[in-house]
Design a protein. Sequence first.
Length: 155
Amino acid sequence: MTARTIDIHNHGYSKKLIDCCRRGEGERYGIRLVNDSKGEVLLRPDGVSFLLQQKRTDYPAQLSQLATVGIDTIILSTLPYVNFGACEEKTTVWACQRANDGFAEIQEEYRGRIYGMGMVPLPYSRAAADELTRAKHELGLRGIQILSSIEGRNL
């Protein structure tokens, strides 16, 4: 067995979530993509916005760049500030499911090179447990990223 160097703290976006929003599928949940002078922006229904960085979905470029410093594999998770915990439950669940579906696709496409770390819809505990189960058993994700503070409460 060959030893591998793994970057366990690598942030990006689920391309599936972004593509679903580009097609307008998130609009029924209040999630939209718009273009402004700085680029593409993901808008939450509560008015919070996230400027998207195209390089965060260019997985071949990320792998290539990391290979130059001896990193073989990455654990890809969403940037912590791109979260939906302040939104209604149905919005948060939809966003987490699309993100996790996308991370599972990335993991399959880059088998052994990229592993997805999913999201769960906190602060909705029942929905979070359900999505954790789905992420592990149906999607094959090996980990979940949660924020250390939800609704102003630290873990």
